[in-house]
Design a protein around this ligand. Structure first.
Ligand SMILES: *Cc1c(COP(=O)(O)O)cnc(C)c1O
Length: 436
């Protein structure tokens, strides 16, 4: 396997990985490891790949970053400058967005179990859109907006029954899902009627999210057809016309050489074409099209740097190479069996002479980052670069074994900026109280 390189990443003449014009070895020296490094030029390029394509096509739109993929003040601030909106799914993400200076009108609140207090905060902060997911929160929000005498824009999240053919754990569009109102059984229509009963809820449109790590546009095409079927039905029955059609996120990225996602602009082009075609065919007014990319904005821009420590070589069985991080900073291999690529960032031109299992330092046999990885003979203090770790890595990090969460740095044009500090040894015990 050749190193998979993204954005501004390259291997210099000394065989050292450079990201944003900064050597990985210098980053490791200055900030320690494990370390998340983000190529911000690539983040902006991805964001514009979606946004500019909509603009070129002259379609009203909103590109909303699903901020659960990687949440931090700096990423909100960076993407706000690019004109993106933000999907938040908890009071914590909402708080982070607000203290980052995000315009509340550009925030969309998602989630399948929003609490009363989360909904109250969202209304008080004048969040631009709340995507209703179930009857419980619909009633809560009705009560809150009535009490406050405040209009709130909402969308209904529906499950149109589209199977995007990806991994079960990250498949959220089908009927057997904890998310959204089911269409077939009449839940969605029932929810529609309940929203219309309220004078404070303004129904802006409908939403679906059919899955994740999707490589073509077939699923989105099906979803568009289903969504327009629903809208046509509501037009006939209730004389309702949607302002917004939100088709969710899930655009694929390259983790290994086996992944072949489309460029951002192709997803947008094909989705917009399909929406236009369906609206023309059905004589339905073209709604604004919203999408919610998370992974595809940040995944390939992120690289994890680890330092090699111990090895365990079992003759004829397996060679294990252990690094100073693992499932605490990247749970995806253990949780989903996700595949990744990695190489030695300090010796990237060396011949790949052995096949190893790259493991972490956590007390779980399942703490394997990559199985069957070709590397040069790795020794202590070698630097491992694991690529495409920018999404659902840091944001799913834990303090298991009381390890400290890594630092996060942004790099661009030879400049480095620390955007999330490394946790300290004191941090891991900060909530503990002495026994009385
Ligand atoms: C997670 C999620 C997204 C983003 O998915 P990606 O695969 O990261 O693009 C978008 N919308 C909703 C509702 C989600 O739950």
């Amino acid at each position: 396997m050749k190193p998979l390189l993204f954005g501004t990443s390259k291997i210099n003449d000394q065989g050292i990985l450079e990201i944003g014009g900064v050597q990985a070895t210098d980053l490791a020296k200055d900030f320690g490891t494990p370390l998340f490094v983000y190529d911000t030029a690539l983040i902006k390029k991805q964001a514009q790949g979606f946004k500019q394509t909509f603009e070129e096509l002259g379609v009203k739109h909103r590109v909303i970053y699903a901020s659960k993929a990687f949440t931090s003040k700096a990423i909100y601030q960076l993407l706000q400058k690019e004109g993106l909106g933000f999907d938040v799914v908890s009071d914590g993400e909402l708080h982070t967005a607000l203290v980052s200076g995000v315009n509340p009108d550009m925030i969309e609140f998602h989630g399948n179990n929003k609490s009363y207090s989360e909904l109250l905060t969202a209304v008080e902060e004048k969040v631009g859109m709340i995507v209703l997911d179930n009857f419980h929160e619909l009633e809560l929000l009705k009560a809150i907006t009535k009490e406050k005498k405040q209009i709130q824009k909402v969308m209904l999240r529906v499950t149109p029954g589209v199977d995007a053919h990806t991994h079960d754990y990250i498949l959220t569009g089908q009927e057997d899902s904890k998310f959204g109102f089911d269409v077939k059984s009449g839940q969605a229509a029932n929810a529609f009627e309940k929203v219309q009963e309220s004078q404070y809820l303004h129904l802006s449109g409908i939403h679906c999210h059919i899955g994740s790590q999707i490589f073509d546009t077939t699923g989105f095409s099906f979803a568009t057809e289903k969504m327009l079927e629903i809208l046509m039905d509501w037009q006939k029955k209730y004389d309702y016309v949607a302002e917004i059609l939100n088709l969710g996120g899930g655009f694929g990225v390259t983790y290994t050489s086996e992944d072949h996602p489309l460029p951002a602009k192709d997803y947008v082009k094909q989705m917009v074409e399909k929406v236009k075609e369906e609206c023309d065919r059905l004589d339905y007014p073209l709604p604004e099209v919203w999408i919610e990319p998370g992974r595809s904005i940040v995944a390939e821009a992120g690289t994890s740097l680890y330092t090699v420590g111990s090895r365990k070589d079992v003759e004829g069985v397996r060679n294990f190479v252990a690094v100073d991080g693992g499932m605490g900073d990247n749970i995806r291999p253990a949780l989903y069996g996700s595949k990744y690529n990695a190489f030695l960032a300090n010796r990237a031109l060396d011949e790949l002479t052995e096949i190893v299992t790259l493991v972490g330092k956590y007390c779980e046999s399942g703490d394997k980052l990559i199985e069957d990885l070709k590397l040069p003979k790795a020794k202590p203090n070698d630097l491992v670069a694991m690529t495409t770790t920018g999404a659902y890595g840091y944001s799913m990090a834990s303090n298991y074994n009381r390890n400290q969460k890594p630092a996060v740095v942004f790099v661009e044009n030879g400049k480095t900026q620390l955007v999330v500090k490394r946790e300290t040894i004191e941090d891991v015990a900060r909530f503990d109280l002495d026994l009385k």
